[in-house]
Design a protein around this ligand. Structure first.
Ligand SMILES: NC(=O)c1ccc[n+]([C@@H]2O[C@H](COP(=O)([O-])OP(=O)(O)OC[C@H]3O[C@@H](n4cnc5c(N)ncnc54)[C@H](OP(=O)(O)O)[C@@H]3O)[C@@H](O)[C@H]2O)c1
Length: 305
């Protein structure tokens, strides 16, 4: 496993574990977390919103039982005020909400600090300076080591790049959703690194793509029809293994971690194996370029200013 260090000194395993789709059962999810850390996947990505705190609690159980807190890089996210009694979620990036939420997250996670705390979205209309000041304060208090945002809004990303000390930006990034390539230059110029979420597009960018295309992408995605997706996937899989190509494509950019979800140990193992192969036996550049060219070049169209 390779590791990448961001500007505040946070060490990310290049393949991370997105906890959002871990099984709700605490024991099942602990089993996956344990295997992940043993395989070198030490960046664990959660959010207070996932299963309304239960996801953090399951990770907390793992941390407490395994005593592996010092081996992992732990991130959570904040900004969504959820209600335990109904499904209402209210966007709230205020100082009051964030300073209360960090203590709740730390308690659920059975730890006294986060390596990374992310704003879980955000709009250009938010009081962004208040949010930034709050994250800076939490950093001073030692409750978080670094902060970042999770956003696919170019205007919000631009503001945080110019006015804050974020270490990371989490964005969906893969061969199909290649829109982040438009922002690489500005991200890199501020020494910020990307946390690439949704790298496998829910499993579509794996050898199981035929089945997953039928099951999860009947109406296409990002303006691409199911047929267009099929053509790109068919073309690229004749060149080289798809999943390996995704990992190599992403690591050719300033990506601190590829935040891969897994809902079973088997998936985790397949993903680690594909990642390892991409390091040990990389696809040659010409072939990789051909794979990249099989997919349409997309651009962000909203929230530009
Ligand atoms: N706004 C945000 O901040 C935001 C939004 C989304 C995600 N995230 C973070 O990013 C992480 C990853 O996102 P994601 O779950 O969309 O990423 P992903 O890695 O592209 O998709 C994960 C899903 O793909 C399937 N999968 C994984 N490995 C597979 C394999 N080897 N073969 C076939 N299918 C496989 C599984 O679906 P099944 O369970 O259906 O089998 C798994 O749940 C999340 O866990 C979360 O931490 C953040």
């Amino acid at each position: 496993m390779k590791f990448n260090t961001t500007k505040s000194g946070i060490k990310f395993s290049e393949l991370g574990l997105g906890a959002m789709n871990l099984p709700q059962d605490a024991l099942d999810s602990q089993y996956i977390l344990d295997q992940a850390v043993d395989l070198g996947v030490t960046y664990i990505d959660t959010a207070d919103l996932y299963q309304k705190g239960q996801n953090e609690k399951n990770i907390g159980h793992f941390i407490k039982n395994s005593k592996k807190r010092d081996q992992i890089t732990l991130a959570s996210k904040v900004g969504n005020r959820f209600n335990m009694l109904n499904d209402d979620v209210v966007w709230d990036p205020s100082k009051e909400h964030i300073t209360r939420s960090i203590h709740e997250s730390l308690k659920r996670l059975e730890t006294d600090y986060l390596d990374l705390y992310m704003l879980h979205g955000g709009m250009i209309e938010d009081n962004k300076d208040e949010t930034i000041e709050t994250f800076e304060q939490l950093k001073k208090e030692g409750l978080i080591r670094a902060y970042g945002i999770s956003s696919i809004r170019p205007n919000v990303i631009d503001y945080y790049l110019k006015h804050s000390n974020i270490d990371t930006i989490m964005m969906q990034f893969n061969l199909i959703d290649n829109r982040p390539t438009d922002l690489i230059e500005s991200i890199q110029s501020k020494d910020v690194q990307i946390l690439a979420r949704g790298p496998l597009m829910k499993g579509l960018l794996t050898e199981k793509y035929d089945e997953i295309l039928e099951k999860k992408f009947e109406s296409g995605i990002l303006g691409l029809t199911q047929e267009e997706l099929r053509q790109s996937l068919d073309a690229s899989t004749t060149i080289a293994p798809l999943q390996q190509a995704v990992y190599q494509y992403l690591t050719s950019y300033p990506v601190a971690s590829i935040v891969n979800g897994a809902s079973s140990v088997e998936q985790l193992q397949v993903n680690v194996k594909a990642y390892d192969t991409s390091i040990k036996h990389p696809i040659d550049k010409q072939k990789l370029n051909k794979i990249v060219e099989s997919f349409k070049n997309l651009h962000y169209e909203d929230h530009l200013v």
